[in-house]
Design a protein. Structure first.
Length: 680
């Protein structure tokens, strides 16, 4: 059997008989502490390697978590044992290319321990012994040859004292040994000095430079894949709580979620996200009990700064989320203002069933699709039926209604505003609710001053809120404030570099409004590279290509978006008609056919689209007539298009355009404001 270390850092005691254990494509060299795959060395830290040794020692048998703790982590260690075990298991699986869901090597037995399930083979050291014997023989032969050569080369002087050859060899060996020992001692001393200069004193880890952080997706240890929404919700809640600290840049959930199940190292992830430290951990849920483990790692250089485990009843889940965030803030010694700490400490008991429904709603919101928003609305409403005081559910509902509005249902905007106000009535510190209220003020009420006030309040409450920065950037772009918009786009990208919905939307609006069409195309292409099914990016490309007069490209993007949206055959026929009109009569043929199709299916938002086509055709009177219809019906999208959109560049010199802009004033909307729509 393989002897395991008694404590962390203890050298492995390797029996003379066994040097290597082989399993699958891997070999574990127990003497050197190396793991190899097909002969190539695999990077694996000491702690996970020792864990592998313990599992190999009991191959096929369960090794309990308690056994792992006792053998790998001494009782006096300050870190939490469960967290260390989870982190070591994760790193071992990463090295082996293994997974908890479909284990080939390491199997998890929930709440018990782990088992090595692959067949193993102990590789003996006969080969090494044979090579050693061959080396000794070779050395002896070489010594004999050298001795003979010396005798031939040395003059035969009978007066010279005869030196005993074995004694000479011993003397030379002693000199060589002394030289090697001195060199090694010098290197050890030099290494100690350099280490003391490079590393901070023990117990005083330097965390002063940690100003940015990523909370990686927590691992689901429940053994139930249907609990992923719950684990995602806990990850996002931890991010939200840490984001309340203005001195700390925290990467958004939508970006870190790209690393779910990744095989990338912490250093690679941190480099991609440009952060100083990461938090990794796991969630284990059983009935109404929740256990969360968290591990804080400084990446450059890589150091484990802190680890802890918490367990609570699900009714106290908000308190648990806040406590973990506060502890992390304390560990990295970041400045937390008294107001920020007060907001981080706010918590209240939750209704377990209502919280479940809220998390499911948030899960579907993050999909950023029309169907996702509709499912989210259903779950948030059910959560509020169970717990009408759930401010976060109202905030989530406001986001979902805003998303439905962006996808074309303008009747959702009054509901967005109502949900935002209700959320802030319960808790006015919710950044999300201020963001959605800002969007409702702008889109629904055309209240630009009120919208800007709410956007700034949202960012003040949560400087790391990527959605607030992105939506504010979009607002600024639609107001024609390009430089201000680009500044907010930069902030959004720093916080959410891999986001599709947030950063791509804001950047597109900014570049499109500034007539930088190639940059706008680049932004859309970047989004499609991340997700080829991201429908809004294809819609935006249609708009850009039409504006540039590149109608073939516009038609291709319309076909792609129709397929992605699973639109009916009628839409494909319309695209075919547009293509034929363009082939026959060029740009004017394209625009006249589009005008005919729009008028054949009018709706509240179509009046602005029809006005846009008339503007492209140079028919200003008709364009203003349809803009006036949009104004009378208070179509929300009018405030998006009129002030800065290139679609109406040809109308700006007309006095009627200035008058129309002056008429865009804040107005209170009544419920059912879109019940009656005027049409030409």
């Amino acid at each position: 059997m393989i002897n395991s270390p008694a404590s962390r850092g203890t050298p492995l005691e390797v029996p003379a008989r066994t040097r290597t254990v082989r399993f699958g494509a891997f070999e574990a060299d127990l003497k050197s502490g190396e793991l190899r795959k097909h002969g190539l060395k695999i990077k694996l830290q000491d702690q996970p390697f020792q864990l592998l040794v313990l599992l190999l020692e009991s191959s096929g048998e369960v090794v309990t978590r308690e056994e792992l703790r006792q053998k790998l982590w001494p009782a006096q260690t300050f870190v939490d044992f469960d967290v260390c075990v989870n982190a070591a298991i994760k790193r071992l699986r990463d090295a082996l290319g293994d997974s908890a869901e479909s284990p080939r090597y390491v199997e998890t037995l929930p709440r018990r321990g782990y088992r090595f399930v692959a067949s193993t083979q102990e590789v003996g050291n006969e080969l090494a012994q044979r090579k050693s014997a061959e080396t000794v023989t070779s050395d002896n032969g070489r010594d004999a040859v050298l001795s003979q050569a010396k005798q031939l080369a040395t003059p035969n002087n009978t007066n010279q004292p005869k030196i005993d050859e074995p004694q000479a060899k011993t003397t030379r060996a002693r000199y060589a040994f002394a030289l090697i020992a001195s060199t090694m001692l010098l290197m050890l001393c030099l290494g100690f000095v350099l280490r003391r200069l490079w590393e901070p004193p023990q117990g005083k880890t330097d965390t002063a430079h940690i100003r940015s952080l990523a909370v990686l997706p927590l691992d689901n240890l429940s053994g139930d894949s249907t609990q992923e929404y719950f684990v995602d919700g806990m990850t996002e809640a931890l991010i939200t709580n840490l984001s309340k600290i203005s001195a700390l840049r925290v990467i958004s959930h939508t970006s870190v979620n790209h690393f779910k199940g990744t095989k990338k190292t912490l250093r690679e992830i941190a480099t991609e996200l440009q952060v100083d430290a990461v938090v990794e951990g796991s969630i284990e849920r059983e009935a109404n009990r929740v256990r969360i483990t968290a591990n804080l790692v400084q990446v450059f250089p890589e150091k484990h700064l802190w680890a802890e485990s918490y367990e609570r009843d699900i009714r106290n889940i908000l308190d648990l989320e806040s406590e973990v965030a506060r502890t992390i803030a304390d560990q990295i010694k970041i400045t937390v203002t008294p107001e920020e700490r007060r907001r981080m400490e706010l918590s209240q008991p939750v209704d377990p069933e209502a919280h479940e429904l809220y998390l499911k709603g948030a899960f579907f919101n993050d999909k950023w699709t029309k169907e996702g928003f509709e499912r989210a609305i259903e779950y948030f409403n059910r959560a509020l039926e169970k717990d009408p005081s759930n401010a976060r559910a109202y905030a989530g509902l406001a986001i979902a209604y805003g998303g439905v509005g962006i996808y074309g249902d303008i009747s959702a905007y009054p509901k967005q505003k109502a949900a935002s106000l209700k959320a802030l009535q319960i808790d006015d510190t919710l950044s999300d609710a201020h963001t959605t209220l800002a969007w409702a003020d702008f889109t629904l009420d055309w209240d630009t001053a009120g919208a800007e006030r709410e956007f700034r309040r949202a960012i003040e409450l949560n400087l790391s809120d990527a959605r607030a920065h992105a939506w504010y950037a979009t607002f600024l772009a639609m107001r024609g404030r390009v430089e201000d918009s680009l500044r907010e786009v930069k902030h959004a990208r720093e916080l959410d570099p891999l986001s599709l919905a947030n950063t791509s939307t804001a950047a597109f609006r900014t570049y499109y409004g500034a007539h930088k069409y190639d940059k706008a195309i680049e932004v859309c292409r970047e989004a499609i590279d991340l997700d080829k099914n991201f429908l809004p990016a294809h819609w935006r490309l249609v708009q850009i290509y039409e504006q540039k007069g590149e109608f073939r490209e516009a038609l291709e993007e319309q076909k792609r978006s129709a397929v992605l949206a699973a639109e009916d055959q009628r839409r494909m026929i319309e695209i075919d008609l547009l293509a034929k009109a363009y082939a026959k009569n060029g740009a004017r043929g394209y625009w006249f056919k589009k005008l005919e199709l729009l008028k054949g299916d009018p709706g509240p938002g179509r009046s602005i689209e029809i006005a846009k086509v008339y503007a492209q055709l140079g028919q200003k009177d008709a364009a203003f007539r349809w803009l006036d219809i949009a104004f009378k019906n208070r179509v929300p999208y009018l405030i998006w298009a009129l002030p800065a959109s290139p679609d109406f560049d040809d109308l700006r010199s007309d006095p009627r355009y200035t008058i129309l802009l002056q008429r865009l004033r804040p107005a209170a909307h009544r419920s059912g404001a879109y019940a009656g729509i005027d049409q030409e």
